[in-house]
Design a protein around this ligand. Structure first.
Ligand code: GSH
Length: 205
């Protein structure tokens, strides 16, 4: 059984979409970010970084419980445990890691900062311009890749799940997907998957 600690955010829904896609049983623990529950001693004992998502696999390697934080690490762990959503072909497998790292190191932090400055920093036009331009640039990199391949690693994988939830926030930044036709096509295909639709509703609040 996987114990999932999450909230209704792009990093949180990566984990729930993955669990729905691979059909692995899991129990949801809602960590209300608005109430600061991610900073409680109980949760920090699971994720020392005090952020969601985190999981505990009650039957980890050797049959022992294993705690995991960082959404990218959670996706890799669940792909390896289930044997799903990680390409078997060596080149595609490396492409999946590559686009997963691109999301973790680029899309997540840059879009995240853009969101923060949109909410809290309307007076800081330099920061807003910097994160807007960088977010548009990163979306363009994905759009270019998706003009060459149906999915980021050639086949649907954890790299798509990781990027998908963040691309979904662009319209909330007044950046409609219309300007990136390949990205829009890819986003619509993933959004139509029943497992993705279930995962996006976790946790129910
Ligand atoms: N790199 C981390 C980022 C996790 C993260 O920033 N989670 C956000 C929600 S999307 C969070 O918990 N924010 C609460 C906070 O910063 O206190 C991951 O991918 O898991």
């Amino acid at each position: 059984m996987i114990e999932l600690y999450t909230w209704t955010t792009p990093n949180g829904t990566k984990a729930s979409i993955m669990l729905e896609e691979i059909g692995m049983p899991y129990q949801v623990h809602a960590v209300n970010l608005g109430k600061g529950e991610q900073k409680t001693p109980e949760f920090v004992a699971i994720n020392p970084n005090g952020r969601i998502p985190a999981i505990i696999d009650t039957e980890g390697p050797g049959g022992k419980p294993l705690k995991i934080f960082e959404s990218g690490a959670i996706l890799i762990y669940l792909a390896e445990k289930s044997g799903k959503l990680m390409p078997r072909d060596a080149v595609r497998r490396m492409e999946a890691f590559q686009w997963l790292m691109f999301q973790m190191a680029g899309v997540g932090p840059m879009f995240g900062q853009l969101g923060w400055f949109k909410r809290n920093g309307a007076d800081n036009q330099q920061a807003l311009a910097r994160y807007t331009e960088e977010s548009i640039r990163l979306a363009g990199v994905l759009d270019h890749r998706l003009g060459e391949a149906e999915y980021l690693a050639g086949e649907y994988s954890i790299a798509d799940i990781a990027n998908f939830t963040w691309i979904g926030v662009l319209p909330f930044f007044n950046l409609a997907l219309d300007r990136w036709p390949n990205l829009r096509r890819w986003h619509a295909a993933i959004a139509a998957r029943p497992a993705v639709q279930r995962g996006l509703k976790v946790p129910q609040v």
